[in-house]
Design a protein. Structure first.
Length: 463
């Protein structure tokens, strides 16, 4: 008997990179047809009925947190027997051309999945086993049924997906990817000293501007004190005496990605920064997740996190579909394909619910031409649907602050007492700040704690 790893490796070698959820569905169908044709399982391993479809637990345990697979090094396709490879190759030929949405529809339309999820709603988390006995009985009957429609003959244009099902333009397999914080400096201060001031320094940009601003207060252009003759010496003296207002002239702008909305809820408490954040109302898709380290380190906790976030994303997409459909019912969006007339919604006409005034008859789903919603209409749906999204949802934000504000942020958030995510970002920002303006941030020291995380501190008091 082949292992699930060997079958997965063969599927990936034949079909190339794919979402992990697609791979699980293909494994399920390979197992099912092997049971129907040979009475023996293709591989050992518990298959569970998750909201996203069948999940092979041993495989999931080994790729947990990775949602797109290019190859599977744990398996070897050469270990499959000729008969096992034959079954898998038939599944590849029949099911391989289908996207994850259609594969999921097939699996979730069948008896074994419904039996395993008895008592659960379609989107409710659950990990009940789809038993070998249930799969064997169902697929034997399916194989012997002369009236069953072969998969390759299904007319997908006529298939009615349930209202809670992910829309076709947002594939089910765009399940949440796990993302990590990325910190990028995209702008910082440029400085040109005035021509009529007889002064120069050994730095540039915001560091030179801070020194110029400080010397402008006392017109001390001739540098009488050797200890403050260099830019580094001058700014060190500024930090020592607490004359931090001159640091407010230089600024740095970061583009932060891979951060959670929990993070930005804390970040915006720093009121001296300027922010421009990704709009969930305007931007579709891109709903990746930031997994807290404590959850990522615990397999049981990560299972719960993954199940809940996947279910939440499916609920979000389903809400968008339902709310956009409600907007379409308001009229003026969709048309009757044969005649081009704008169709209207009528609750009294039964299935479909749309009526063509020109033809004076109901409009079937195959005759309904979907019009393009306006940006404002799409926002109406998304702004309501986003209410179900978790704090772990990734966001992206542009943050601009002056040197003094960044020093305060690092001093407050790069400590052991800060939230782990914002501390990680604060330390990453500090490294970039020390690169861009070393004389302003060189006093901060980065150290590593016993758990491997980093903190930063300075001997100067931030005010």
């Amino acid at each position: 008997m082949a292992s699930v790893d060997d079958v997965a490796a063969h599927l990936l070698s034949r079909l190339g990179p794919m979402p992990s959820a697609t791979l699980h569905k293909l494994l399920y169908f390979a197992q099912a047809w092997c049971l129907a044709w040979s009475d023996a399982p293709l591989f050992d391993g518990r298959i569970e009925a998750w909201p996203i479809g069948p999940v092979v637990r041993p495989l999931y345990n080994n790729h947990r947190g990775t949602f797109t697979l290019e190859r599977w090094g744990r398996g070897n396709p050469d270990r499959l027997t000729d008969s096992e490879r034959g079954v898998v190759d038939v599944v590849i030929d029949v099911y391989g051309p289908l996207d994850g949405r259609r594969l999921g529809f097939l699996a979730r339309s069948e008896g074994p999945w419904h039996h395993a999820r008895s008592g659960l709603s379609p989107t409710e988390p659950g990990e009940s086993e789809i038993t070998v006995a249930a799969i064997r009985a169902y697929y034997r009957h399916l194989d012997a049924d002369p009236t069953a429609t072969p998969v390759e003959e299904i007319d997908w244009d006529t298939v009615r997906f349930p209202p809670w099902y992910p829309p076709p333009q947002v594939q089910e397999e765009t399940v949440a990817e796990v993302v990590k914080p990325q910190v990028k400096v995209i702008a910082y201060t440029h400085f040109d000293a005035p021509d009529d001031v007889d002064w120069s320094t050994d730095a540039d940009g915001g560091q030179a501007l801070a020194e110029f601003a400080g010397r402008a207060c006392y017109q001390s252009w001739n540098k009488p004190n050797p200890a403050t003759a260099t830019n580094a010496g001058y700014l060190r003296h500024i930090l020592e005496v607490g004359h931090l207002s001159v640091l407010e002239h230089g600024s740095v702008t970061f583009y932060l990605t891979g951060v959670s909305r929990s993070f930005t809820h804390e970040l915006i408490r720093h009121r001296h920064f300027s922010y421009s954040q990704l709009s969930q109302r305007y931007v579709p898709g891109g709903l990746d997740m930031v997994v807290p380290d404590a959850i990522a380190a615990d397999p049981a906790a990560l299972d719960i996190f993954t199940a809940v976030t996947d279910t939440t994303l499916q609920a979000y997409r389903s809400l968008v579909v339902l709310l956009e459909d409600r907007i379409r019912r308001g009229g003026g969006v969709d048309h009757h394909q044969p005649c081009g007339t704008t169709i209207v919604w009528d609750n009294q006409i039964g299935a479909g619910g749309f009526w063509c005034p020109a033809c004076a008859r109901p409009v079937g789903s195959d005759e309904r031409a979907l019009g393009k919603l306006t940006t404002a209409q799409r926002k109406q749906a998304r702004q309501a649907a986003r209410a179900v999204l978790p704090n772990a949802t990734e966001t992206r934000i542009v943050v601009t602050g002056n040197y003094r504000a960044w020093r305060h942020f690092v001093a407050m958030r790069a400590t052991e007492h800060a939230d782990v995510e914002i501390r990680e970002v604060a330390v990453a920002c500090l490294r970039e700040l020390q690169r861009v303006a070393p004389n302003v941030f060189a006093d901060f020291t980065i150290t590593t704690l016993a758990d491997g995380s980093e903190v930063a501190s300075t001997n100067y008091r931030e005010s």
